[in-house]
Design a protein around this ligand. Structure first.
Ligand code: C2E
Ligand code: CA
Ligand code: CA
Length: 680
C-alpha cells in the first residue's frame, strides 16, 4: 500500500501544514510589529549572542536530541528560545529560534512539508509566548531587577506554559491527522511524555538568563545542570517508549496497540471504520526449531520491518506476541477497499524474506474484523479477528473475515487456549482408554490413553480441535504430563496388568531436553514400570530436530519404554522417521486400513508396510479396524495388533475394568472377537 500523493490523509496533512505556517508567520509578524510599536527596550546583545550560539550548536548536534518513536524529537531549542525571550526582545528570540528550527529540520528530514510544519510550529508557539508576555505588560529583561516582581514571575510561568501547550496541540493534531487516530487519546498519552520533557527543560530557561548575566563563567555549570535534566528526561521517555514497544521488533506492543484500537473505536467521525487484522505466521515454530532461535528472531524482525513498510502511515502495526502480529486500519466504510488492502498485504507478506543471505518463506493467515459489526469493544474485536484468523489457518485461505464465519459458532483460538490452560489447572481433563488386541490370539496387548475434555460451556471438545493448538504453544508439555500421570495412576492400581499402556506424545515434545527425565519421574511417582509404557509419537509437523529426538528416545528406551510411530503413512516424513529414530512399533493410519477390502491400492500399501516393519524388526498395529472382515484380512497379512471401534470404542476407566475382566475370563478370545464384531 504505497502512500499515494493525493490520498485524503496527505491532503489533510498538507492543509494543516499550510494553516500552521500561515498562523506562525502571522503571529510572528504581529509580535515584531507590537515590539516596534512599543519602542525599544535595551537588550544585552552579548548575552543574547552567547545563548543563541548555544542553541544553534545544540540544534546541529544530534547527541543533544531526545528521539523516541518515529515522530517525536525533543531538543533544548525551546529552553534556549525561552531564555532568549526573557532577555527582552521576544521578536529577536523568535527569529533566532526559527533559524535554529530550520537548521534542525533540514538536517533531520528531507521532507519539505515536515520542515515547513516544524518551522511554522516553532514560529507559532514562540510568537504566542512572546505575545503573552507583552499582553501581561512585561517588557525588557528579567536581569534588570534585583528581585523579580511577582507579576513577572507569573508572566514567565504562563509563557512557558503557552509554549508547551501550543507545541502539544500542533503535534497532536498533526499525528491524529496522519494516523487518523483520536486527538484526545494522543494528547492523553504520547504527547504527555513530550510535554513532561519540554516542561522540565523550559523551567531551566530563567536560570540560564540569570546565571549567564551574573557571570559568563557559569555557562559550564548551567550546561551540566541542563545535561543532567536532559538525561533524566531522556531516560524517562525511553522507559515510556520501552513500556509500549516490543523490544525485538520495535513495533508497538500489544498493550499500546490495544490503546490505539480503543482510541479508534471512540473516533467520532461516522464515515470511518476501524478494522483489525490479526495475522499469524504458519510454520514459524518449525523454522525456530530447525534453524535456531537466532534465525527465528531475525525472521520476526525482517517480517516486522516489511509489515511496517507495507502499511500506510495512518495504519498501526504491532506484535501481539510470539509469531502473531496485528494491524489496525481506519478506513472509509468500504468492505471492498478493506478486502483489497488485505489481499495486497498478504501477497506482499508471503514473498520470501532474505535471512542471512537465504530466502526463507513463511505463510501468513490473516483474520479480519471490522467495528462495530464484528465487535464494539477492543477485546471483542480482537477476539473476532482471532477467530477469523484461526478459521483462515484451518481452511488454508490467505485471509478470512469474521463476518463469514460468525454464523457457524466458532470457538476462538484465544478462548480455547485460555480455557485449555484453565482445564489443565482445574483438572477438567479426563482419560478414555481403547484396547489394542493381538490378532494371533485376541489377547489385550496395549491400552491406549486418549485425552477427553468436557468444556464447561461448549461441552465435549474433540482432541483434533485442541491438540494441534496445544502443540503450537507450550501447553502440550503440561497436557502430556497430565495424561501420563492420570493414566499411569489408574493402571498402576489395576490388578491384572498384563498389557501395556500407550500414551500419545507430540513429536515436538521430544525436542524438550527434560522430556525423558520428566516422563520417568512421573512413572516413578505413580509406581508404574517404564517397561509397561509405550509412547506413540504423532507427527503433525516435520521432524526437524532429529538429534535431540534421537537423544530423548535413547534415554527412554534405555529404561524400557517402548516407542511407536503413530499414524504411519500420513505423517510428513514417516520413512525419514523410521530411518533416524530407533522405534519398536509402527501404527498404520486408519485411512489405509478402513478401505482395505475395497481399495486394492490400500491393500497393497498395508501389505507392504507390514512387510517393511517386520523386515525392520518392528511390530505392526492396524488402526481403525471396524469390521470382522478387515480383522480377518489383517490376520492373513500377518499384522500383529488391531485397534478400532469394531473391537472396542474408547471408554472411561470403570468401563475399561469391566471390559477387561469380561475379556480375561473368556477362554476362547478369538470367539469373543467374533461375537464382539457381531454385536458392533
Ligand atoms: P490417534 O492417536 O490416532 O488415536 C486414535 C483415534 O482414532 C482416536 O480419536 C480414536 O477414538 C479413533 N478411533 C479408534 N478406533 C477407530 C475406528 O475404528 N474408526 C475411527 N473412525 N476412529 C477410530 P480421538 O480420541 O478423537 O483422538 C484423535 C487424536 O488426538 C489421536 O489420534 C491423537 O493423535 C490425538 N490425541 C488423543 N489423545 C491425546 C493425548 O493425550 N496426547 C496427544 N498428544 N494427542 C492425543
Ligand atoms: Ca495414538
Ligand atoms: Ca493414530
Amino acid at each position: 500500500m504505497p502512500h499515494t500523493k493525493h490520498s485524503p490523509t496527505a491532503v489533510r496533512t498538507a492543509i494543516f501544514t499550510g494553516v500552521v505556517a500561515l498562523f506562525g508567520a502571522a503571529l510572528m509578524w504581529l509580535l515584531i510589529w507590537s515590539e516596534l510599536q512599543h519602542g525599544s527596550v535595551s537588550v544585552n546583545w552579548t548575552l543574547f549572542a552567547v545563548i543563541a550560539a548555544l542553541m544553534l550548536i545544540c540544534e546541529l548536534v544530534p547527541a543533544t536530541w531526545i528521539q523516541f518513536g518515529p515522530v517525536a524529537t525533543v531538543t533544548p531549542l525551546w529552553m534556549f528560545a525561552f531564555a532568549l525571550m526573557l532577555l527582552g526582545s521576544p521578536a529577536a528570540a523568535v527569529t533566532a529560534a526559527v533559524l535554529g528550527t530550520t537548521l534542525h529540520a533540514v538536517r533531520s528530514t528531507a521532507n519539505t512539508s515536515t520542515i515547513i510544519l516544524h518551522v511554522g510550529g516553532a514560529a507559532l508557539s514562540l510568537s504566542t509566548a512572546g505575545l503573552v508576555l507583552m499582553a501581561m505588560d512585561v517588557h525588557g529583561s528579567i536581569t534588570y531587577f534585583d528581585t523579580v516582581p511577582w507579576r513577572w514571575g507569573l508572566a514567565i510561568v504562563l509563557t512557558g506554559f503557552s509554549i508547551v501547550v501550543a507545541n502539544a496541540l500542533v503535534a497532536a493534531i498533526d499525528l491524529s491527522l496522519r494516523r487518523r487516530i483520536s486527538f484526545v487519546g494522543l494528547l492523553r498519552r504520547g504527547i504527555g511524555a513530550r510535554v513532561t520533557a519540554e516542561g522540565a527543560l523550559l523551567s531551566l530557561a530563567p536560570l540560564w538568563v540569570i546565571g549567564v548575566n551574573f557571570s559568563i563563567v557559569l555557562v559550564p555549570l548551567l550546561g551540566i545542570t541542563t545535561l543532567l535534566v536532559f538525561n533524566s528526561t531522556r531516560q524517562t521517555l525511553e522507559r515510556s517508549h520501552e513500556a509500549n514497544h516490543d523490544p525485538l521488533t520495535g513495533l508497538p506492543n500489544r498493550r499500546s496497540f490495544l490503546e490505539h484500537v480503543s482510541d479508534a473505536l471512540t473516533d467520532p467521525r461516522p464515515t470511518m471504520q476501524a478494522t483489525m487484522l490479526v495475522m499469524d505466521l504458519n510454520g514459524f515454530k518449525d523454522i525456530n526449531d530447525e534453524l535456531g532461535h537466532q534465525i527465528g528472531d531475525t525472521l520476526l524482525v525482517a517480517f516486522a520491518e516489511r509489515l511496517e513498510r507495507m502499511i500506510r502511515s495512518d495504519a498501526i502495526a504491532c506484535r501481539l506476541g510470539g509469531d502473531e502480529f496485528a494491524v489496525l486500519l481506519v478506513e472509509h466504510a468500504d468492505q471492498g477497499l478493506v478486502d483489497q488492502i488485505v489481499a495486497r498485504l498478504h501477497q506482499n507478506l508471503v514473498a520470501p524474506l532474505d535471512i542471512e543471505g537465504f530466502p526463507v518463506s513463511v505463510g501468513v493467515s490473516i483474520g479480519v474484523a471490522t467495528a462495530p459489526a464484528d465487535g464494539r469493544t477492543t477485546s471483542d474485536l480482537l477476539r473476532a479477528a482471532d477467530v477469523a484468523m484461526y478459521r483462515a489457518k484451518r481452511t488454508g485461505e490467505a485471509s478470512e473475515r469474521y463476518g463469514n464465519c460468525a454464523r457457524t459458532p466458532q470457538r476462538g483460538r484465544l478462548n480455547l487456549l485460555g480455557d485449555l490452560d484453565k482445564a489443565l489447572r482445574h483438572h477438567q481433563l479426563h482419560i478414555n482408554f481403547q484396547p489394542q488386541l493381538r490378532i494371533a490370539d485376541g489377547t489385550v496387548d496395549t491400552v491406549e490413553a486418549l485425552v477427553r475434555w468436557t468444556h464447561p460451556e461448549h461441552g465435549p471438545v474433540p482432541p483434533s480441535e485442541f491438540i494441534g493448538l496445544a502443540e503450537q504453544t507450550d501447553l502440550i508439555g503440561p497436557l502430556t504430563d497430565r495424561v501420563l500421570r492420570l493414566a499411569t495412576q489408574m493402571l498402576a492400581a489395576h490388578p491384572t496388568g498384563g498389557f501395556r499402556l500407550a500414551v500419545n506424545v507430540s513429536a515436538r515434545s521430544l525436542y524438550d531436553r527434560h522430556f525423558a527425565q520428566n516422563v520417568l519421574a512421573i512413572l516413578a511417582e505413580s509406581g508404574f514400570s517404564p517397561k509397561r509404557l509405550e509412547l506413540e509419537i504423532t507427527e503433525r509437523a516435520l521432524v526437524t530436530n532429529a538429534e535431540r529426538s534421537i537423544y530423548t528416545i535413547e534415554q527412554l528406551r534405555q529404561q524400557g519404554v517402548r516407542i511407536a510411530i503413530d499414524d504411519f503413512g500420513v505423517g510428513y516424513s514417516s520413512y525419514q522417521t523410521l530411518r533416524l529414530l530407533k522405534v519398536d512399533r509402527v501404527k498404520i493410519d486408519r485411512d489405509f486400513v478402513q478401505e482395505l477390502l475395497t481399495q486394492p491400492r490400500d491393500r497393497l500399501i498395508v501389505a507392504s508396510l507390514i512387510q517393511l516393519a517386520h523386515d525392520l524388526g518392528l511390530d505392526v498395529v492396524a488402526e481403525g479396524v471396524e469390521s470382522e472382515s478387515v480383522w480377518n484380512e489383517l490376520a492373513r497379512m500377518k499384522c500383529d495388533i488391531a485397534q478400532g471401534f469394531g473391537i472396542a470404542v474408547p471408554m472411561g476407566y470403570p468401563e475399561l475394568r469391566t471390559w477387561l475382566s469380561q475379556w480375561d475370563h473368556a477362554i476362547d478370545t478369538s470367539h469373543l472377537v467374533a461375537s464382539n464384531f457381531g454385536a458392533a
